[in-house]
Design a protein around this ligand. Structure first.
Ligand code: UDP
Length: 252
C-alpha cells in the first residue's frame, strides 16, 4: 500500500490512485462510526465483509444493466473501481419507516410506506449531512434536473434489485443509501452508482424474527456486528459457510 498515492481517507474506506488512469482502489477499513462519528470502534473483519458484499451487489447491478463503478475485486480488502465525480448527495430510499424518518415524522419503525420514498441529504459531515429538497439541489447547482431524473431512476432500480435479492434470502430491505458519480465518455457524461452497497448503508431485517442484520447492531449496541454481516454474506452465498472473515491470515 505504501507504493500507492492516497487520494482520500473516509470513515470506512480509503481511496488510492488505481493502476490505470481513471481507476481508483477502494480499501475497506474495519472502522465503524455512527451518529456523525461521535460513536466509533474498530470491528475486526467488517472491511472484508463489506468488500465482498459490495462486490456481490455491484456485480448483480451490472448483470441487470444498472451502471456502476465496480471493475473487479483485488483482494480481501480492496476493489478496483472507476474514478468518478461524486455528486454531493446521499440518496436514501425507504420502503419501511425507520431511523431518522421515524423520528422526524413520528411513524413507528417498521411501518410499510405507501410507496418507496426517496430522500436527498447534502454530503457534509460538518453539517451532519442535512436533508435537502430538490429546490436546494437545483438552486445550489449540486445536480441538474436531468441528473435528478437519472438519479431517481437509478435509485428505484437499485431498490427493486436489492429488495428482490434480499427477499430471496429472507431479509427485508427497510432502507438504504447510495451515492452517485459522474463519468465522462468522450463528449458525453453519465451517472453511475458509486461508493459501496453494504450492510453499513442499508437497513436489513430478518423477515421472520425482525432481527437487525445491519449497522444498527453497532449504532444501538445490539450484539456482534460481524456476526450480523456474516449472516447476510452467508445467506447470499458470498462467504462460504463456516468461514471466519476476521482471521488476519485471510487478509492480503
Ligand atoms: N445512511 C448511510 N449513511 C449516512 C446516513 C444514512 O448509509 O450518512 C443509511 C442508513 O444506514 C440507513 C438509511 O441510510 O440505511 C437511512 O438512514 P436514516 O436517515 O434513517 O439515518 P439514521 O437513522 O442513521 O440517522
Amino acid at each position: 500500500m505504501a507504493r500507492r498515492k492516497k487520494i482520500y481517507e473516509g470513515k470506512a474506506k480509503t481511496l488510492f490512485e488505481g493502476p490505470e488512469p481513471g481507476t481508483i482502489v477502494q480499501y475497506f477499513k474495519d472502522d465503524a462510526t455512527a451518529f456523525n462519528a461521535e460513536k466509533r470502534d474498530v470491528i475486526e473483519g467488517k472491511g472484508v465483509l463489506n468488500n465482498m458484499l459490495s462486490e456481490y451487489f455491484m456485480n448483480g447491478l451490472t448483470q441487470i444493466g444498472v451502471p456502476n463503478h465496480f471493475i473487479r475485486r483485488l483482494n480481501m480488502r480492496e476493489q478496483l473501481v472507476r474514478a468518478c465525480e461524486i455528486i454531493p448527495l446521499e440518496i436514501i430510499v425507504r420502503n419501511f419507516a425507520a431511523g431518522s424518518m421515524s423520528k422526524r415524522l413520528g411513524i413507528e419503525e417498521g411501518t410499510a410506506l405507501p410507496r418507496p420514498i426517496v430522500e436527498y441529504c447534502y454530503k457534509d459531515d460538518a453539517l451532519g449531512d442535512p436533508l435537502v429538497s430538490e429546490e436546494h439541489i437545483a438552486a445550489f447547482g449540486w445536480a441538474s434536473q436531468q441528473d435528478m431524473d437519472d438519479i431517481l431512476s437509478l435509485a428505484l432500480r437499485v431498490n427493486d434489485f436489492l429488495s428482490g435479492v434480499m427477499f430471496g434470502v429472507g431479509i427485508k430491505l427497510v432502507d438504504f443509501k447510495i451515492e452517485i458519480g459522474r463519468v465522462y465518455e468522450g463528449d458525453y457524461q453519465r451517472l453511475i452508482v458509486a461508493d459501496e452497497i453494504s450492510p453499513d448503508s442499508c437497513r436489513l431485517w430478518d423477515m421472520e424474527t425482525g432481527q437487525k442484520l445491519d449497522k444498527d447492531v453497532f449504532r444501538r449496541d445490539l450484539g456482534s456486528l460481524t456476526d450480523a454481516y456474516s449472516e447476510v454474506a452467508r445467506r447470499l452465498g458470498v462467504m462460504p459457510k463456516g468461514a471466519t472473515p476476521m482471521k488476519p491470515t485471510l487478509i492480503n
